[in-house]
Design a protein around this ligand. Sequence first.
Ligand SMILES: NC(=O)c1ccc[n+]([C@@H]2O[C@H](COP(=O)([O-])OP(=O)(O)OC[C@H]3O[C@@H](n4cnc5c(N)ncnc54)[C@H](OP(=O)(O)O)[C@@H]3O)[C@@H](O)[C@H]2O)c1
Length: 243
Amino acid sequence: MGLIMESSKSNQSLPWVLVNVAMTADGKIALANGSYAPFGSRRDHDHLLELRATADAVMCGARTADSFPVNLGPGPAKYRRLRQKRGLAEYNLRIIVSGSGSLDPEAEIFRHRFSPIVILTTSSISPARLKRLQELADEVKAFGQNKLNFPAALRWLKAKYGVKRLVCEGGGELNAALFQQGLVNELHLTICPVIFGGRTAPTLAGGIGIKNLTDAEQLKIISMKRVGEEMFLIFHRREDISA
Ligand SMILES: NC(=O)c1ccc[n+]([C@@H]2O[C@H](COP(=O)([O-])OP(=O)(O)OC[C@H]3O[C@@H](n4cnc5c(N)ncnc54)[C@H](OP(=O)(O)O)[C@@H]3O)[C@@H](O)[C@H]2O)c1
């Protein structure tokens, strides 16, 4: 898949943010009990690695990092070579969001030391949790008091680590915070041919949701492709698209 060019309307001080998510035909991204259940195809996994190979950094929320065996890395050598051909570092920066520092220190990601791990937190983190995470991550940085101030965090990531393009891989709470603050430029959505049900099963954007229809993030469909039994959709934020 080719790189999608950012429009001149995008905010130059912020990275271009892509959210990548696999969703069931009934709109869920996980089982209602939250247990780990990869349900996308091999093709969907390749798409995840292809997207990572276009980005300076890959990010996820604390619950995704500690409930999934994820390492957020570039994967096999062919993707690392692709990154280098594109002028990117061989290994992407890895970012975990954990506002209260509840992230499990035993999470799989800390067993893989191929590139820096940055934890974004808030000033509400307790000194004990802060110390514990500082021992595990390469950098722990606070933005905001209770909820993370994402615009400030993203500006900092761009200025300090040169993050121009960032892939967010969920979960629903983190995605919702980014959508709510108008920070998602691009959504990659794979619709998988399964039904999970469960009224509490997470969706691609959780949080408390908007109060008025006028507050809804407006997207435009950029591409739509069927591969096997899955649909691969790409949306852009409407305001990024030149009239
Ligand atoms: N199908 C897919 O593509 C896909 C992808 C990823 C995950 N998932 C599923 O999604 C579920 C996990 O998602 P989730 O929504 O429960 O959790 P999540 O978004 O992965 O992580 C939530 C945690 O991230 C931190 N966080 C998120 N937004 C924040 C904000 N605005 N300010 C401060 N901290 C913030 C908080 O950590 P603290 O608690 O430390 O404050 C929060 O508890 C799992 O069931 C997983 O299976 C599915």
